[in-house]
Write a protein that binds this ligand. Sequence first.
Ligand code: ADP
Ligand code: MG
Length: 253
Amino acid sequence: PQAGSVLLRVDKLRKQFGGLVAVNDVSFELRAGEIMGLIGPNGAGKSTTFNLVSGVLPATSGELRFAGESITGLPARQIARRGLSRTFQHVKMIADMTVLENVALGGYLRSHSGTAKAMLRFDRAEERRLFAEAESQLRRIGMQDHLHELAGNLALGPQRLMEIARALCADPSLLLLDEPAAGLRHKEKQALAAVLRQLRTEGMSILLVEHDMDFVMGLTDRIVVMEFGTKLIEGTPAEVQASPEVRAAYLGT
Ligand code: ADP
Ligand code: MG
């Protein structure tokens, strides 16, 4: 996608769980090449918005467009195939497999339906391709010294990077990261931010949900603030920090 063009358009997106409106007619646009932050208090609807955009949950109503085409109502697998790749709030991994195996397995699960029949089609050439791609993405984000380490032995920071490498194997144009900095030590946050900036330099677009305000303010180009399912404000980090509504609702000042 052309830098600066609208990559993702979210239009009056809505999700109700019974009587609860988790996402209340939220609209925003993400442009190619930017890092956008989605912030707001617990329960604001951030993860649900991610689940709707990535097709993990069906929307109650609203429209989604990605790279100029409607993805409204498409299942997650088809949205991923079009170039939208995500991580989850909690790291998903097999602890007693290596980092490289975990990332390669992610690619395998993505390209197959996961049935026994698909397993039988798995061949050596494909295995080599998956491992080569996994290694290349891990190197891309500076994980080359951890390739053969057991995933379960990694600190949380490298675990999060492993997840990002797995998402990158799908060759996305947009990465969705749900709370990538949560629980990380200061140094790990800095390393993560450096990786995300590098990806942006390479033309990647990133939408991230994050709790850590310093992390978001220092990294993102624009921020959408949610509260009680609705979009409170949208702007640059400086605009958001200066907003009285945000200070009242979110920062509690
Ligand atoms: P955030 O990620 O901003 O903390 P969520 O999107 O997880 O918020 O949740 C928004 C609201 O929707 C919360 O009130 C939450 O309890 C509710 N919610 C989220 N997922 C479900 C679900 N699967 N079923 C019912 N309610 C849900
Ligand atoms: Mg959440």
